[in-house]
Design a protein around this ligand. Sequence first.
Ligand code: URA
Length: 222
Amino acid sequence: MQPASLLQEIAEEIRGCTRCPLARARTQTVPGEGNPISDVLLVGEGPGAREDATGRPFVGPAGQLLEELLASIGWERRDVFIANIVKCRPPGNRDPEPEEIAACRPYLERQEAALDPALIVTLGRHSLQRYLPGARISSVHGQLRRQGGWHVFPMYHPAAALHQASLRETLFADMRGLPAALLAAREAIDAERTESVQAISPDPAPPAPTAETDDAEQMTLF
Ligand code: URA
């Protein structure tokens, strides 16, 4: 099945989800949205009030800053896929509970598998813990990491910069490193694929000479 159909199927399941108590308080689920063939998956924490009202991720004040950050490197929302650790709003924007994160995790895992992104950008500490358990955001932000089969680029959550103005510069500086991180991730993936193809293929037999190659050799000889 194509990524777009898979992501659609997952979104439909999320819309009917009752796996955790967040289902009772939500207005709408927020499954995620974006380009189904993007190489970049952005993972936030969980929907806020505006996301809960609209069913779309990052459409409130943090989303506005996220769009500015993307625009600063010439990207738009439609260049990436945006999802969250939990798909329903924790009441009052509290942190999601570990059981809520665990209940929602299979949806995120299926989104990851459907998209198979070259790079996962974590936004905030809950997302960071999903991909780099135990890492501290202050130590790893803006650095490309390889973990659990994914290339991960941790960033502060845009909402953090709304509360702490000094983080704004850090976010924009980290964002400037994103295109190079994506390039490095793609190159590493290509190199791994080439290695694994070489590992499973026997040495190729030398090509049988054809009239053309004979001619070419003779031309070289003369
Ligand atoms: N914050 C998040 O982590 N996700 C959203 O979708 C919106 C705000």
